[in-house]
Ligand binder design. Structure first.
Ligand code: SF4
Length: 230
């Protein structure tokens, strides 16, 4: 007989808490950053394995692939979107469609970073059918995975991409037009809400506002814009 979702959730929370505790102890004990990074990568891999077989909420029923997240286990900067779309569901990777292309441009051309230097994840790890918003119960079931990612990686800044991710992470119904550009906090990490790249593709006139948000993030991270080639 399989365990109830609540029992599975409890077990997952205990597992992630113990992984996070081990990593935190390693950081405090002065373990060198390469060993800490590989311990974080191993812990993330273990949790990704749990996600791959997760059936805790109804979103498992129509998914092709789970989309755990990807990037550097030592990332200073983490992007969090809402959930996988069709391309992400097909490939099992976050932000790989047209919106992903724009996010790549923001990261590389705007911030002077490589995609592999940041970490990219979503609030839910399975595609909501028809790209509907995830239900509160689905978010609650999936939240421990995102919490584990944040607690293990310990980024300096999270950028919430789009209305849904920003409202969920900041626990508010305030419109994204009012949230964007204003610092918030999630699990003790500074959080900057901004427009979703998909929204920016449909509304290019708002790219300047998003760029302002990204510049705020760069200033906190001490990043200079990359030199432009003539
Ligand atoms: S959305 Fe999250 S909780 Fe729901 S089945 Fe997928 S991984 Fe599990």
């Amino acid at each position: 007989m399989s365990d109830s979702p609540a029992a599975e959730l409890g077990r997952l929370c205990r597992l992630t808490a113990s992984l996070v505790r081990d990593i935190t102890e390693s950081r405090w004990s002065g373990m060198d950053h390469i060993r800490v990074e590989s311990a974080v990568a191993a812990a993330l891999k273990e949790i990704a394995g749990k996600v791959a077989s997760c059936r805790k909420c109804p979103l498992c029923e129509k998914r092709k692939n789970t989309v755990f997240g990807e990037g550097s286990p030592a990332a200073d900067l983490m992007f969090v979107g809402e959930g996988p779309g069709a391309d992400e569901d097909r490939l099992g990777r976050p932000f790989v469609g047209r919106a992903g292309g724009l996010l790549d441009d923001i990261i590389s051309k705007g911030m002077g970073l490589r995609r592999e230097q940041v970490y990219i994840a979503n609030v839910v790890k399975c595609r909501p059918p028809g790209n509907r918003d995830p239900e509160p119960a689905e978010i609650a079931m999936c939240a421990p995975y995102l919490h584990a990612q944040i607690d293990l990686i310990q980024p300096s800044v999270i950028v919430a991409l789009g209305k849904f991710a920003a409202q969920v992470l900041l626990d508010t119904g305030t419109p994204i037009s009012k949230l964007r550009g204003n610092w918030g906090e999630y699990r003790g990490v500074r959080l900057m809400p901004t427009y979703h790249p998909g929204y920016l593709l449909r509304n290019p006139g708002d790219k300047a506002l998003a760029w302002r948000d990204i510049q705020e993030v760069m200033s906190v991270l001490g990043l200079e814009p990359p030199a432009r080639t003539q």
